[in-house]
Design a protein around this ligand. Sequence first.
Ligand SMILES: CC(C)(COP(=O)(O)OP(=O)(O)OC[C@H]1O[C@@H](n2cnc3c(N)ncnc32)[C@H](O)[C@@H]1OP(=O)(O)O)[C@@H](O)C(=O)NCCC(=O)NCCS
Length: 164
Amino acid sequence: MTAPIIRIRSVGPAHASPLAELHSRAFAETGQADWSAASIAATLATPATTARLADVINGVALRDQTSSGFIICRFAGDTAEILTLCVDPKYQRLGLGSALIHSLASIFIGETGALYLEVAATNAKAISFYEKHGFSVQGRRPNYYETTTGRTDAILMARPFAQH
Ligand SMILES: CC(C)(COP(=O)(O)OP(=O)(O)OC[C@H]1O[C@@H](n2cnc3c(N)ncnc32)[C@H](O)[C@@H]1OP(=O)(O)O)[C@@H](O)C(=O)NCCC(=O)NCCS
């Protein structure tokens, strides 16, 4: 695929169903549990929570767009947590995940806090992705995730809001 044109937009609870479908497709390879539309809707209805959706626009017409990835982030004081980030397997390694991370930057202008996340220790691809984006390992929660191949640890990663 040639380099995609990516549009990022904010979405809310009304988008929960397509987000749940996308989450299921993206996380299938990790063996982690699906996130239901009801649970995503409830998460997006809570204060200080934001979701950004990435659309790949294949032609000039917006009707040709395909929703291909999303990120959900929650703020608490001077920290924020990435609750999930995923890209449809068909569109991975084309820069969508990076575009979604960068889209948070406009929220963090002038902020001095840190951005946190948890990722399965077996998810080498995601750990590599986050390291590329300046995250470093801060800790480990043993047996935190249940997957189709058994329990696995969670790796806690963090980086300052601002990246230079
Ligand atoms: C992690 C994820 C969001 C990355 O999205 P993406 O759109 O493919 O990422 P980008 O194209 O913006 O960035 C690619 C970078 O990520 C890393 N990466 C992506 N796929 C990789 C792979 N198969 N092996 C190693 N590194 C990989 C590399 O650093 C890569 O940079 P490079 O292409 O210059 O080498 C995506 O793989 C995904 O949705 N995975 C399934 C769900 C998941 O694990 N989410 C995160 C858990 S919290």
